[in-house]
Design a protein around this ligand. Structure first.
Ligand SMILES: Cc1cc2nc3c(=O)[nH]c(=O)nc-3n(C[C@H](O)[C@H](O)[C@H](O)COP(=O)(O)OP(=O)(O)OC[C@H]3O[C@@H](n4cnc5c(N)ncnc54)[C@H](O)[C@@H]3O)c2cc1C
Length: 317
């Protein structure tokens, strides 16, 4: 029986593995896609130590660091997690494994519009993360698609770099908090295009234009350099449900600041985790930090110490 199985080989899982190796824990790490979402990122400009680095290059360096400690990243799909005496059984598409503890780091994926041109131009002007990519659009024209808090915050953030920001929403009013709507409308660089659906993203090597359709006025082509699709994320938390791990209304795994879930021996880290009392900030650097804390929690658990803080312990501020 392994000390630990890490489910997910994105930044969170790999950071957990690096720390687990240094704690001398006998562990395995699984990832259908080693590198996770990082493999889709264009230039990453907010990870400490790099002014700018392509996502796949950053991920490869982290995979190399995991392997440096003699750990293999297993490219197997985990199909089932079951509680057994003294730990958990992990069933993949190839084999069964047993471990005393688990770190769940299955990540999340950005919702896509699934329109022509979108997949082809990811990283070439199509982005799902304004926090990540806004500085790449200095002096350019960008469109933000969505009407919730993320879309409006993204548009406001982008306006501090871009020449012009178009916010395009399919309804005639936003779902975002009124204070954000007010701030959006005060920003003279932002133009609102409501009751419009983007039906196509055009461009060969990079984004050149979008096609936007209004039910009354028909379609128009608008020249833009970038498109930010901010219509939410979907956490990959199906496996958590199999163990009875508590998830929030959106499906994110609830953890306390020690990355502890409600099931003893099960920890969660990265984009999939919703930290009690924390803001939802899903980035490489936060995923890496979560992974480190989860591994430290596992070590503590294996030593027979009660996790600090425990699941039941409420935050005192
Ligand atoms: C296009 C794009 C650009 C981005 N740019 C930036 C940026 O510039 N800066 C920044 O800080 N953040 C950026 N992000 C966000 C960043 O990528 C994420 O916050 C981070 O990668 C989350 O890491 P994670 O390990 O939690 O999850 P993920 O990277 O989602 O990794 C999840 C892992 O779990 C595996 N997995 C899931 N289910 C299973 C299963 N059943 N069996 C086996 N494996 C499974 C996946 O294959 C994957 O290996 C970007 C995201 C995207 C999509």
């Amino acid at each position: 029986m392994y000390d630990l199985v890490i489910v997910g080989a994105g930044v969170a899982g790999m950071s957990a593995s690096i720390y687990a190796s240094r704690y001398k824990m006998d562990h395995l790490i699984f990832g259908e896609t080693p590198g996770g979402q990082g493999m889709l990122a264009g230039a990453v400009e907010n990870y400490p130590g790099y002014v700018s680095v392509p996502g796949p290059e950053l991920m490869q360096k982290i995979v190399d660091q995991v392997k440096h400690y003699g750990v293999e990243v297993k490219q197997e799909s985990i199909k089932g997690l079951v509680k057994i005496e003294g730990g958990f059984e992990v069933k993949t598409d190839k084999e069964k494994y047993q471990a005393k503890t688990l770190v769940l780091a299955m990540g999340a994926s950005y919702r896509h519009l699934n329109i022509p041109g979108e997949e082809k131009l990811i990283g070439k002007g199509v982005s799902y993360c304004s926090t990540c990519d806004a500085p790449l659009f200095k002096g350019k024209i960008v469109a933000v698609i969505g009407g919730g808090n993320a879309a409006l915050s993204g548009a406001i953030h982008l306006a501090s770099f871009a020449k012009k920001v178009l916010i395009i929403h399919r309804r005639d009013e936003y779902r975002a908090e009124p204070i954000r709507v007010e701030r959006l409308r005060q920003n003279r660089k932002i133009e609102e295009i409501l009751t419009n659906e983007v039906t196509e993203i055009k461009g060969q090597e990079k984004v050149e234009a979008i096609v936007s359709k209004n039910p009354y006025q028909g379609s128009q082509e608008i020249k833009v350099d970038g498109v930010f699709i901010e219509i939410g994320q979907v956490p990959s938390s199906v496996l958590a449900g199999q163990l009875g791990v508590v998830v929030d209304k959106q499906g994110y795994i609830e953890v306390n600041p020690g990355m502890v879930t409600n099931i003893p021996g099960v920890f969660a880290a990265g984009d999939i985790a919703a930290i009690e009392g924390g803001i939802h900030f899903r980035q490489f650097v936060t995923a890496a930090a979560d992974g480190a804390r989860a591994a430290a929690g596992v070590y503590q658990y294996l030593q027979g110490e009660a996790p600090t803080p425990s699941w039941d312990q409420k935050l005192t501020r």
